[in-house]
Design a protein around this ligand. Sequence first.
Ligand SMILES: Nc1ncnc2c1ncn2[C@@H]1O[C@H](COP(=O)(O)OP(=O)(O)OP(=O)(O)O)[C@@H](O)[C@H]1O
Ligand SMILES: [Mg+2]
Length: 420
Amino acid sequence: MVPEPNFPAQPDEFVGRDTQIEAFRQVLAQGLLTGRTPSFAVLGDWGVGKSSLLLKYSAICSKPEHAMLPVFFSVSTELSDYKCFAESLLDTFTRTLETSDSLTTQFRNELQKWKLSRLSIGGVSLDRQGPEFFLTSGTAILKHALHDAWRQFVRPAQITGVIFFLDDLHNFTDPRAQGIALALRNQFQEFAIHGVNYSLCFSARSDYFSNIRSFAEPAVRFYDKVYLSSFTVPETREYTAAVFGDSLRTHHLSQWLYAKTFGHPYFLAFVSRQLLALAHGSLVDPEALWPAIFKRLEHEKFRSDLAQVTEREVQLLREVAKAGNDEVSPRQMSNQYERKYFSRLTEKALLLRVGRGRYKLYHPLFRLFLQEDDPARSNQEQGNASAAAGRCERASRERLGGLQHERRYPARRARIRSHS
Ligand SMILES: Nc1ncnc2c1ncn2[C@@H]1O[C@H](COP(=O)(O)OP(=O)(O)OP(=O)(O)O)[C@@H](O)[C@H]1O
Ligand SMILES: [Mg+2]
C-alpha cells in the first residue's frame, strides 16, 4: 500500500476496524431480514478514518449478495439550506442509479426522461411562507422523488435497498442543523414505514449528537452508532505490514510508529510516507529520520492549522499546550478566554471537547509543535543567552551568537526524540 495521508483509504487497502465492520454487516443482515435497513452514524474526530470507513461500507454493500445501491455523498459546507441539500442529494442519487449495472437500457432511458420531468416538479412553488420554508420544500422534494424512483426504477432493477452515505454531516453549519438531523430522521423513518428500503449512513465529528438539544433527541435515538478512534496497536501493526511488508523488523517499526502517532491514521499515513521517501530502503534507525519528518509535518500540517486561526486563538492553543495536563478546563487557565474561542477552535477541529467543560488539543504531536514553536519560549531562551553573554567579554559574546543557535536546536531535537 502507498500511504496517502490526504485521501481516504481505498476499500481494497482498508486496514482493521473489525468491530465497526461487523456492526455494519449486522445492519445489512437486519435489513435483508426485515426489508428495512437501520440507519447508521459513524462518529469520530478529524483524520481518524471516517471517509475511509464509509467508502469501505459502500464497497461491502455493493457486493452482489446484498444487491444494494450505495449512494456516496460528501456534505459540503457550501450547501446553504435543506432544499439545496435535498436537490444535490437527489442529483447524486440519480447519477449513481444511472451508472448502476442493475439498470437495463430501457430503464436507463426512462430515468433520463424522469430526470427531466423532475426538473419541473422541482420548480413547483411550495409553501413559501414562514421560516420553515426551506425545510418543508426540501422534505417535499425528497419525499416525492424518492418514493417515485423506488417504484419506477429501484424495484424493477431488483435492487433491494439504497443506502445514502453522507460524509461529514457536521459540515451543515446552517443554524437549523438540529432541524436537519430531525428532518432526515423523519424522512427516513417515513420511508421505512411504507416499506421503502432507503436508509442513511452518515459520518460526523464525535460531538455531533452532544450538540443536539433535547427537542431533536428522537434524531439521536434513530441511528445505530459506531465510534471511531485511532488505530489500536494490532491495527497499527497491520497498517505497517501493509505499507512496509510483514517481517520481524517491521514489527519493531510498528511499535516505533505507534509511539510517535498513537495510532492516529492520518499521522500514521503521513509519517509512513515520509519514512518511505527518506529511508531509501533502510529502515534500521527510523529515529534518525524523525527530525526531518517532524519538520515536514510542521510545514504541511501544523502551520496551516495555525494559519486559519486568529492571534487570540493561537494564544489559547499555546496555553493549552503548556498546561501540565493533556486536558484543560477553561476555568483553570491563567488567562480567561470567552467560551466562543473554545467553540470556534472545536469547530476548526484543533481542540477536542472531551467532556463537559474539558478540552484537549487534537493530537499530542500538535501539542509538541505548539510547545516547540512558542515564541515566548524562544524569547526566554534568547534572554537567558544574552544575560549569560552580558557577563562575557565582547569577543566571547560574538562567539555566543553561534552558540545560541546551537543551544536551541539540540534541545529541541532532544525533546522531539524523548517524545518516543
Ligand atoms: N482503515 C484504514 N486503512 C488504511 N488507511 C486508513 C484507514 N483509515 C484511515 N486511513 C488513512 O488515514 C488518513 C485519514 O483518513 P480519512 O480521510 O478517511 O479520515 P477522515 O476521518 O475522513 O478525515 P476528515 O476528518 O479530514 O474527513 C488517510 O490517509 C487514510 O488513507
Ligand atoms: Mg473525511
